[in-house]
Design a protein around this ligand. Structure first.
Ligand code: ZN
Length: 269
């Protein structure tokens, strides 16, 4: 079984004319690539026509057993005033965790406004996912790596030792640095979205280097690496092929493709 733990419903890099069409295209892509379930991540930008925010993602996935959802609180716009809303969404299982977008938005993971969310998530046993890496949707942010450096994520993981802390995009292009700085924090997880993307690979030192870092990561934490793609920005098949190319046990591969996601997100499937 394959679970894709990182997709968006959006018009980026596809021919869909509406978000409904994008959802249907995603279902086709999943079927074509043997993906049974996907976790839809709402964007940090709200009310956009070309990518689903939380309200739109709830509407678009309602009634589809293939989809799970994360939440994405508006830290810049609303600080931690949405904490009660997210408590209810998490407790009811409407969302399985929370994604934060440091680097897309100008704040660090250690920002005071984020801390109540970490406490809530730790208490409920649900994960936080951090966007990392050298890309931002905000043209005013020149250096996204300043905001999502894993040194801040390690601080949070150590401060909240029972919080499940997921890094996505491996802080590309500084993947070796990200491996080294996180390797002693047992509650840090890695979700693989973007790590097979040609631009990410080129800027991160090539596919051999990526394979090496991922194999080391899996050796270090076989129960904490999770498959994800970042569709529609990234190609699903390339990401599957990358995981298939890793020199790891079949048991570990199965964990990455589905079992780890089921455990960390507590998916009832
Ligand atoms: Zn994404």
């Amino acid at each position: 079984m394959i679970i894709d733990s990182h997709v968006h419903i959006s018009l980026y890099e596809n021919n869909a004319q509406s978000l409904e069409e994008s959802r249907d295209l995603l279902l086709q892509e999943m079927a074509r690539n043997g993906i049974e379930y996907a976790i839809v991540i709402p964007d940090n930008l709200e009310n956009k026509d070309d990518i689903a925010d939380l309200a739109k993602a709830i509407e678009l996935t309602n009634g589809y057993k293939e989809f799970f959802l994360l939440g994405s609180p508006q830290i810049i716009q609303r600080g931690n005033s949405e904490i009660q809303k997210y408590r209810e969404l998490l407790e009811s299982g409407t969302v399985k965790g929370i994604k934060l977008f440091p680097g897309h938005d100008p704040y660090n993971p250690t920002d005071q406004r984020c801390l109540p969310y970490y406490e809530l998530l730790q208490k409920l046993g649900c994960p936080v996912v951090f966007h990392t890496g050298d890309i931002s949707s905000d043209p005013n942010i020149q250096n996204p790596l300043f905001y999502n450096d894993p040194k801040y994520i390690v601080e949070i993981a150590d401060k909240y030792p029972k919080l499940k802390v997921i890094i996505t995009h491996y802080f590309w292009p500084k993947i070796e640095y990200c491996y080294e700085i996180t390797k002693n924090s047992p509650n840090i997880y890695f979700e693989l979205a973007g790590t097979a993307d040609p631009e990410v690979l080129e800027k991160s030192g090539g596919i051999e280097k990526m394979i090496n870092v991922l194999e080391k990561t899996i050796q270090n934490r076989p129960d904490k690496v999770i498959f994800g793609t970042d569709w529609p920005m990234c190609d699903i098949k390339k990401q599957i092929d990358l995981v298939k190319s890793l020199k790891i046990d079949e048991d570990e591969r199965e964990r990455i493709f589905s079992k780890n996601a089921i455990e960390v997100y507590k998916l009832l499937i």
